[in-house]
Design a binder for this molecule. Structure first.
Ligand code: GLA
Length: 407
């Protein structure tokens, strides 16, 4: 079956499920998850990232109603809720519905009049795996609500709105990388995103390599509190450097030379945090150039260095991620492996020669199980179109607002 035929079949299935769940016809909007090739914990430091949208998405089927509520049901969670649109100060419920509520509230704040609807959510992005299932849900909901309201919003604003939903309502102080990837992803390409200017340069991923994602199947509970702690540590570093160097407003502005000159005055922990961000930004730019030039051994080397920096300097890895990366490095056909996403569990990203995929998959699964007694999941994927182009019913008009290429 062709890709298009598969997509049509999936949509038909979801429309049927919608009919069973709520009755009536529906329209479907999809948004992909993402995997980050390199550039971790740099987005909220106004630095550089190199993610790609992936072939797993979250789909929302919606149908308008005459009520003033959003009735939502998730096929994955097997859970339903009714979100009253007239509620003055809704509080987060601490579950998947918060992403929907958060997006809806942002529209209301901008004086869009959200109408009543039934929403069926079908998620194909592994939840809690660090592949941005939450950003994918937010973006799919945002495009659905825009369609429901017959309203328009530029894609940059959609991504920013979804990030605000997560920051302000869900309470996760994430950067812009995930939502941007989900909106602006492009098939066969990684996005070199400058998180300060939001300029994008699309970098082709060579056809002879595949993106292989290995899910450690663990998610350590400290993850979200440590994420916010890392953000505050970076802010503390910025205050320190801003007192000593003119024009510093983010760690993005710090160079290796600045670290050498002034870093000694920071606590050892803060120095390591700053060192990760400064070195990671440089690695992203270097890796984007190497990828563009098809120099996969350099990309791989930079991915390894990124993992070591996240493990030792930024301290956001965990034993399972380290084992998964160490094992991958010994398998023939691997160019590079590292943890991807926020850390403390979740997935690794592996750049693997396409003709070594089967060997890689079977060896990594077997050896990880032997080492940890956990069965991992291994996904082979490729860079996909983001919701900005892939969504049904949307013209390609978002291209008008597309940020200018960096080069
Ligand atoms: C999470 C956040 C992103 C980014 C990564 C780490 O995925 O949502 O904004 O900070 O962690 O790179």
């Amino acid at each position: 079956m062709s890709q298009e035929a598969k997509a049509v079949a999936l949509d038909q299935e979801l429309k049927k499920a919608f009919e069973t769940c709520f009755g009536g016809a529906s329209r479907i909007f999809r948004a992909p998850g993402r995997v980050n090739l390199i550039g971790e914990h740099t987005d909220y430091n106004q630095g550089f990232v190199l993610p790609a949208a992936i072939g797993f998405d979250v789909a929302v089927a919606y149908g308008p109603t005459e009520t003033f509520e959003l009735k939502v049901h998730s096929l994955q969670e097997g859970d339903s809720a009714a979100l009253d649109l007239s509620e003055a100060l809704p509080q987060p419920r601490g579950d998947w519905t918060d992403y929907i509520r958060g997006v809806e509230l942002q529209f209301q704040r901008l004086k869009y009049s959200v109408k009543g609807a039934n929403l069926l959510v079908d998620g194909g992005v592994p939840i809690g795996g660090g592949l941005s299932s939450s950003a994918a849900l937010e973006v799919a909901v945002a495009f659905s609500l825009l369609d429901l309201m017959d309203a328009r919003m530029g894609p940059v604003d959609v991504a920013k709105l979804c990030q605000r939903a997560e920051n302000e309502f869900v309470g996760a102080h994430c950067g812009i990388m995930d939502q941007y990837s989900s909106v602006f992803g492009r098939a066969g390409h990684a996005l070199l995103l400058d998180c300060r200017t939001l300029d994008i340069r699309y970098v082709p991923i060579p056809k002879n390599v595949s993106l292989v994602i290995c899910n450690t199947m663990v998610r350590h509970a400290i993850g979200s509190s440590k994420y916010n702690e890392r953000r505050s540590e970076c802010e503390e570093c910025v205050r320190y450097f801003a007192d000593r160097i003119d024009g510093v407003s983010a760690l993005r502005d710090i160079t290796q030379g600045d670290l050498d000159e002034y870093g000694g005055g920071l606590s050892p922990t803060l120095l390591r945090r700053a060192r990760h961000v400064v070195s990671e930004n440089a690695r992203v730019l270097h890796a984007a150039e190497a990828l563009q030039n098809n120099d996969l051994s350099t990309v791989g080397r930079l991915m390894q260095a990124s993992h070591v920096s996240l493990r030792d300097d930024y301290e956001v890895s965990c034993p399972e991620l380290n084992i998964m990366v160490d094992l991958a490095c010994r398998i023939p056909g691997l160019h590079g492996a590292r943890m991807t996403g926020g850390g403390f569990g979740g997935c690794t990203i592996n750049l693997v020669e396409s003709d070594s995929i089967d060997l890689f998959k079977s060896l990594i699964a077997k050896q990880y199980k032997q080492a940890t007694n956990i069965d991992p999941e291994v996904y082979v994927t490729s860079a996909s179109d983001g919701a900005g182009i892939a969504n049904h019913g949307l013209e390609r008009s978002w291209n008008e607002n597309e940020p200018a290429p960096l080069l």
